[in-house]
Write a protein that binds this ligand. Structure first.
Ligand code: TXA
Ligand code: MG
Length: 347
């Protein structure tokens, strides 16, 4: 399949009638799959009502079929078609954070969405992305769009159109290239079917921000204790992994430098994921500054691009600094731990 690339300037007016967006919307209506920029990562969109379209999403990514997709909408009025009940706290969160990086899980109304999109569950995950190109496309095609991150299953999520092509060129109808995404890590997934909402996946909206709006919010047991089974099916898979083994290092820069030297002495090409504050302290073969430690949002923005860069550089092993588990640091550490398959070295 020839994958089309539609370049779109996200700052122009009237994006809904931009010829590139119109063309992409047409493909969605024909049940083809199209990658689109969101504020978090690129998504691989398809008509959420169509088994055919949803099957194409799973096939292109090589995604296990028991892992449900997030449904993307441009207007809250779309909810009532496939959501059975909107609790009061969810109402307040939508008011505050939509459009934005918050996915809410509701009880599902049966018979509208493809059962394959929700992996046969009785609940459905929904979000409204905060990106002008995504919103224009959603409005134009007039469909609820199922969209997982537009990477091959297991790889780091794509934060620009080239990442999408690196994984999916030839496997999807097209990609709307709206430039680099901003947040860099995926949306927070919050289960609002429980009395006290539960974070299933930490992301762009922090626990603190949620609690400021609705009070107490819980964390899924799997986010606290590795041995527990996660409620979001996708959280049980290894994810975001670069090609080389990745180790998270809890310790001083000199301790980490010692680990680098040990591997170099064994003849390996070593990468280090550091920050602007510390990158000069390391003599590795490939040292990458992944944002600034004193501004964790910048680390989130660059995280997946950095993990992908190590693949280009063909390193044999990667060491990464660790981050505090507060604010967006929670999402960063969650993704790093998954990328590392939980390999951690303590000083
Ligand atoms: O930022 C994002 O959320 C991006 C962009 C493209 O919107 N999308 C994204 O989708 O990250 P994906 O498929 O990579 O991750 C969706 C996560 C998975 O862990 C999945 O298991 C979980 O949400 N999920 C979806 N529906 C669910 C449900 N009904 N109950 C529990 N977890 C659900
Ligand atoms: Mg994903």
């Amino acid at each position: 399949m020839n994958t089309k690339v539609w370049k779109v300037d996200k700052y122009v007016d009237n994006l809904e009638n931009n010829p590139q967006v119109v063309d992409a919307a047409h493909f969605l209506q024909e049940n083809e799959v199209v990658a689109l920029p969101t504020e978090t990562v690129y998504g691989l969109g398809g008509n959420a009502k169509s088994d055919v379209a949803v099957e194409k999403i799973f096939a292109a990514k090589g995604r296990p079929s028991d892992n449900p997709l997030i449904i993307h909408i441009a207007d809250k009025h779309q909810l009532s078609a496939f959501v059975a009940e909107v609790p009061k706290n969810a109402e307040r969160l939508m008011e505050r954070f939509w459009p934005g990086p918050l996915t809410i899980i509701f009880k599902k109304r049966d018979g509208v969405l493809s059962e394959k999109a929700t992996a046969g569950l009785e609940s459905v995950a929904v979000r409204m992305p905060d990106h002008p190109v995504a919103l224009a496309l959603l409005k134009k095609c007039q469909l609820p769009i199922a969209a997982p991150s537009a990477n091959s299953s297991g790889k780091p999520s794509p934060t620009n159109a080239q990442h999408v092509l690196d994984d999916l060129n030839g496997k999807i109808a097209g990609v709307l290239d709206g430039g680099s995404t901003g947040v860099g890590v995926e949306s927070t997934v919050l289960d609002c079917t429980e009395e006290i909402p539960v974070i299933l996946r930490p992301g762009g909206v922090t626990k603190e921000q949620l609690e400021n709006v609705i009070g107490e919010v819980h964390l899924d047991a799997a986010l606290i204790d590795e041995a527990s089974k996660p409620k979001a099916p996708g959280m049980k898979y290894q994810h975001y992994a670069p090609n080389a083994p990745l180790y998270l290092v809890n310790g001083s820069t000199s301790f980490l430098q010692g680990l680098i030297e040990e591997k170099q002495n064994a003849g390996l090409r070593v990468g280090v994921l550091a920050t602007e504050e510390s990158v000069e302290d390391y003599q590795a073969d490939v040292s990458v500054a992944c944002g600034r430690r004193d501004e964790l949002e910048s680390v989130a923005t660059k995280l997946y691009e950095t993990l992908r860069a190590f693949n280009q550089e063909k390193v044999d092993v990667i060491f990464s600094e660790t981050f505090s588990n507060t604010g967006v640091g929670h999402a960063i550490m969650n993704r790093l731990q998954k990328a590392a398959g939980n390999k951690m070295i303590n000083e």
